[in-house]
Write a protein that binds this ligand. Structure first.
Ligand SMILES: [Zn+2]
Length: 113
């Protein structure tokens, strides 16, 4: 009896593990998300930089460079106006679609809490 329970427990554990793996796989493994614009930082040149020039995972290069925010925005509409052209230039896509995505995503991000 104990054996069956143990096997079932380990099978459950594995199923959860697989699902988490798939989630990570579909969302991009270990890829940090910019806490200002929400884009996934996948490539080396996507990373923002600290004051000393070192790469950070917290923000992307469009939003944060050399220890400061690139766009001095006080709220989300302000950020959309100032940053959308730069975001589109770096990440691609259209201005309209990017703005729509940002409007949905930004309220969830730490910078805008
Ligand atoms: Zn960003």
């Amino acid at each position: 009896m104990a054996d069956i329970k143990e096997r079932e427990a380990s099978r459950k554990f594995q199923a959860t593990g697989d699902r988490d793996y798939m989630k990570e796989f579909t969302e991009g493994r270990d890829a940090p998300v910019c806490e200002s614009c929400g884009f996934t930082i996948r490539r080396q040149p996507d990373h923002g930089t600290a004051a000393d020039g070192s790469e950070i995972d917290q923000y992307c290069t469009v939003c944060y460079r050399e220890g400061a925010f690139v766009h001095d925005a006080t709220d989300i509409p302000d950020f959309l106006t100032k940053a959308t052209p730069d975001l589109v230039k770096h990440w691609g896509g259209s201005v309209g679609k990017t703005k729509l995505t940002l409007k949905k995503q930004l309220p969830k991000l730490p910078r805008w809490q």
